[in-house]
Unconditional design. Structure first.
Length: 363
């Protein structure tokens, strides 16, 4: 049997066989927020009171909140990021997308009270435009000097996958590359940081874009859920959404206790963009053996729980009960750990389902 994970900030041990226990497994979880406010769109917001509840939950339950770089470097180096974290079993990083002003006015005082590090992904063109609802460079520099990471969310908030009319895909990528590098340089010039971390706008990406990001030496952060482990792809690091409607403490508990599912797909099944009614099934290959196959459950956006058909001891297939709906679709697969009561392996696969005529759904 394959050794599950190498030793880094997540020292996992291998199971002896399906149905047997493993020694204590560790994982890292990244939380994704946008607004900390009651006056902003609910789908991207968490109230200041509930955000404080989240932070207090982390403290009361013994989670170790670390800079995002600690988790990324651990995956990169396949070794402990620092000796002080070797014994930690509950690593968490906090991230915000879009650099809204309420992160400073409502979120930062709470984060400071708990002494928690965090990361803000910014669109430099929006900062340059001096829009009143966004942080400005002076504020971002102050936040950075106090320990926050300021990272790249693209020059503008444009999806990489949506090629504008009249532009060839390779030309679009070349243009986006220039804009991404320009954004990274401006962040460095204004706040003195260049981590080369990039959060995909709208969470949309393709395998080709992942390869492009890797070739340009950027680390990519997505919006599908899941825990982070040594086998996590550095071009699609999962983050758990923690704003409404996913802000309840019961849901947060399950996310924080998630374990990384080591799942791979064929080149075909790894694709993310399909026209409506053209994707009917997908096959997954899994390495983890610390669960019972009969307890694996997979849920698809708009379709609910799907039937899992095991093809071999290490691969399973889902044939969808209906056509995947147009829009951003997720397949979340979970299974309870045999060795750690109350913890679940968690994996999420995103698809971006176009209209039947090949046009994009609205943002």
């Amino acid at each position: 049997m394959k050794n599950l994970f190498l030793s880094l900030i997540f020292p996992f041990a291998a199971a002896i066989a399906v149905g047997t226990a493993v020694s204590s497994a560790q994982a890292a979880v990244i939380l994704q927020y946008h607004h900390v406010s009651t006056d902003t769109p609910a789908s991207t917001s968490i109230s200041p009171q509930q955000f404080e509840n989240h932070m207090r939950y982390l403290k009361d339950r013994g989670f170790t909140v670390v800079p995002l770089s600690t988790i990324v470097n651990g995956v990169k180096n396949q070794e402990a990021a620092s000796s002080s974290l070797d014994k930690s079993e509950k690593l968490v990083a906090i991230t915000f997308d879009d650099a809204y002003l309420d992160i400073l006015t409502n979120g930062k005082p709470i984060l400071d009270a708990f002494n928690y590090p965090y990361t803000i992904f910014v669109n430099p063109s929006l900062v340059e435009a001096k829009q009143p609802d966004y942080l400005n460079w002076q504020q971002l520099k102050m936040i950075a000097e106090q320990g926050a990471i300021i990272a790249n969310h693209g020059w503008q908030h444009q999806s990489l996958t949506r090629v504008p009319d009249g532009i060839a895909p390779d030309m679009w990528l070349a243009q986006y590359e220039q804009d991404l590098r320009r954004a990274e340089q401006l962040i460095n010039d204004k706040v003195g940081q260049s981590y080369r971390y990039f959060a995909y706008p709208y969470g949309e990406y393709t395998p080709e874009i992942q390869l492009w990001l890797k070739e340009n030496k950027f680390v990519g952060f997505s919006q599908q859920s899941g825990a982070v482990g040594p086998n996590t792809d550095l071009t699609a690091i999962p983050r758990f959404p923690a704003s409404q409607p996913y802000d309840k403490l019961t849901g947060l508990r399950d996310k924080l206790n998630a374990l990384p599912f080591s799942i791979s797909l064929s080149e075909q099944d790894n694709q993310t963009i399909y026209r409506h009614q053209t994707l009917s099934s997908v096959t997954f290959h899994v390495d983890v053996e610390d669960f019972k196959p009969s307890q694996l459950n997979c849920y698809v956006s708009g379709l609910g729980k799907q039937k899992v058909n095991w093809l071999t001891d290490s691969s399973f297939q889902i044939t969808f009960s209906d056509n995947l709906p147009v829009g951003r679709v997720r397949c979340n697969c979970t299974a309870p750990s045999l060795s750690q009561s109350g913890r679940y392996y968690w994996y999420s696969k995103p698809w971006f389902i176009l209209n039947t005529d090949g046009s994009w759904y609205p943002l």
